[in-house]
Design a protein around this ligand. Structure first.
Ligand code: UDP
Length: 233
């Protein structure tokens, strides 16, 4: 049997694409509810790609990259508030912290306060990425993970993990059980962008890529049971 890990603290990364499910809407409430039911006292970094991705808009209509990225960061705040509302609807105490101030809707990011929330058993959702344009929420996940001394980034996606080929096109694509950081970067596997994976490597933060659409998978990943692909040293 595969080994289990005893994570004390984890950082769950939920991309915007994962939140969208197969709905035509930006967010599928079934997915946010599935997440809400499976988490307990974890830190979450939420993406925004289901609503707005800066890099795909920059350049068009004269939009500069920084402006586009700030819109993208605002999109993550929408997802965070949606997720928070879903969690609180089933009684899970949740705090949203934003990387830039939006104090009417969420707390500002304060590292020690975030840790305190986790110690009290609350879910903390980090929104607005790193607060800086030219970064991604994957990098925010790696950064916040390191800052709050979490031991692993759990990257929830719509596929079972990292494959050696695109599983949607090649039915014989093989799922990697484990990968090294070097394999990810040298083979240019689309797991995370280079900044994010390098930050994980430099801080010895393993990354688990797994499918959030399989019931029970999120709680398994949080508990340290082996799901998906484990990337590490
Ligand atoms: N973004 C940014 N800085 C950050 C995090 C995100 O500028 O630190 C912007 C960027 O435009 C990005 C968008 O927010 O395209 C949404 O985030 P991301 O693409 O990482 O979301 P995901 O792919 O996880 O849904």
């Amino acid at each position: 049997d595969k080994p289990t890990y005893k994570w004390q603290r984890v950082l769950l990364k939920v991309s915007g694409e994962a939140l969208a499910g197969d709905q035509s809407q930006n967010i599928d409430p079934k997915i946010t509810m599935a997440i809400a039911r499976e988490v307990a006292s974890v830190a979450i970094v939420v993406g925004g790609g289901n609503i707005f991705r800066g890099s795909s808009w920059a350049g068009s209509s004269g939009l500069d990259r920084s402006s586009a990225d700030y819109i993208g960061m605002l999109a993550t705040v929408m997802n965070a508030i949606f997720l928070q509302a879903t969690m609180e609807s089933i009684g899970i105490p949740t705090r949203v912290q934003t990387a830039f101030r939006m104090s009417e809707v969420a707390e500002p990011y304060i590292r020690r306060r975030a840790v305190r929330h986790l110690e009290k058993g609350r879910v903390v959702i980090f929104a607005a990425g790193t607060g800086n344009p030219f970064f991604t929420t994957d990098t925010a996940a790696a950064l916040r993970c390191a800052e709050i001394n979490a031991e692993v980034v759990l990257k929830a996606t719509n596929v079972d993990g990292v494959f050696d080929d695109d599983p949607r096109r090649n039915p014989n694509a093989r799922l990697h059980d484990t990968l090294t950081y070097h394999e990810v970067t040298s083979k240019d596997l689309s797991v995370m962008d280079m900044t994010a994976i390098t930050l994980c490597q430099e801080n010895n933060i393993p990354v688990v890529v797994f499918n959030l659409n399989k019931p029970g998978n999120i709680s398994k990943a949080i508990k340290g049971e082996r799901v998906g692909t484990l990337i590490g040293g």
